[in-house]
Design a binder for this molecule. Sequence first.
Ligand code: MSP
Length: 516
Amino acid sequence: MNMKYTITTPLYYVNDKPHLGSSYTTIACDAIARFQRLNGNSVLFLTGVDEHGQKIERTAESKELLPQVHCDQITEKYKYLWDKLNISYDRFVRTTSEEHTSLVHQFYSKVLKSDDVYLGRQSGWYCVGCEEYKDIDKNDNSPICSIHNKELEWRDEENLFFKLSKYQDQIEKLIRIDGFISPKSRKNEIINFVSKGLRDFSISRVNLKWGINVPGNKDHTFYVWFDALLGYVSGSLRDQSSPKLTEETLSNWPANIHVIGKDILRFHAVYWPAMLLSAGMETPLSVFGHGFLTREGQKMGKSLGNVLDPIELLEYGGIDAMRWYLLRDIEFGEDGDFQMKRFVDIVNSDLSNTIGNLLNRTITMSKKWFKEKIPIEDTSLPESPLKLQSEIKINEYMKSFKESNFKNSANAIIDLANSANLYLNEREPWKLIKDLSNKNIVACDLYSVLESCRIIGILLNPFVPNLSIRILNQLNVDSLSITFEKSLHWGLLDPSNGLQDPTPVMDKIEFNESSL
Ligand code: MSP
């Protein structure tokens, strides 16, 4: 059944150019979006940037740029990288757009109507990097943010507050719903936080120009998180040019999944649903908090000088390598370590050897012995064991993908390719063909390996769409018309379509210590 499916990446801060962490989340979302489309769903894949707040204001100041000019420059870098990574997003939200501002105002008036806003005083230790007050004793001298390794700033100001505490019971219920928070380990962390009692939080700032003005409170701008979370709604509206909060324009809401990093789970699983409840809107259906990437065992950071620039990595290994490694080697949900040697080894082994060589050698044999046609399957011969194996692996792939377990899905693809390689090695068609009476048997064997390659090409699509297309092109399969439902049946490779001349679908990467 065709379903609507709305998926979001976080809206990335434009304080700096995109890094490997943001590329990671976006690649994962792209894989899910492509998977859902291949499942026949109509997907709205939303990404974008979070442009307001003190952090951005200060960065622009330090570069002696107007904030908007700075935001425009960094936004271009995000769009450029997402294009290079073949990210199939449908909407790119900018929180400095007029439409977004108007939506924030409409939303705020709903929250006001629910009587959920009051003026109060907020004092505490603030991290500009996180744009968040930290739960730290006021008597502590010069505390440090554990995420940014920077000194916190003391704040004491008049702010507007949102009555989060009013939603204690509703949030308690929501976070316990099976599947609302994944992975499971993070669910407990949130349950624990909420059980301590929710406290109202401030949603406006004074003395901060770079933000959306609060109607009715002249010196206040909205707290950047209040504004940014609403970007999900403005991006999902049906008609982007006239942002109205009506049932019709909200037809893509609620989001099916917000994919984020573990550091911003509270905002998404607690604050955000409460804001939506206050405005009488539906809460997201699920939130997935993935882990953090480190590099060769160390936190990536400018001070350590070990930040891996996604553009450099792309130039070095190519798009398929980068996407494959991040999804295949790192357990989605857990922290993961980027290791250059491992990156090269895994990509070469999986994509060039196991899959690339399998396709190349089978097409070469087919063309040599059977000219332009794919060997026709002789139905009187016993069924190829690869048929059953492909069915088992397709099931494993599907089950794992639905749980966002990319690693297991990728393993299922490699298992199928390994089985096909093993099958060729056991059957030794190069020996069998020497006796011409074996021609039918050899034809059947080669067909079953090519058919496995077609299935592998399709299963690879959400992970490495470019490589998937190259594989399917070699087999003369139209990659534009594939869907899981139609295309994942054994025996669909049409013998009369012929094969392209074999060319390696994936070049090997040379490892060299000083590569990056
Ligand atoms: N602007 C907010 C999100 C607002 S959503 C309405 C924000 N932006 S961010 O640019 O700082 O972070 C975006 C995402 O990148 C977060 O999900 C964060 O977890 C992720 N990552 C930042 N560093 C990371 C790694 N080293 N590894 C993996 N993901 C990391 O927060």
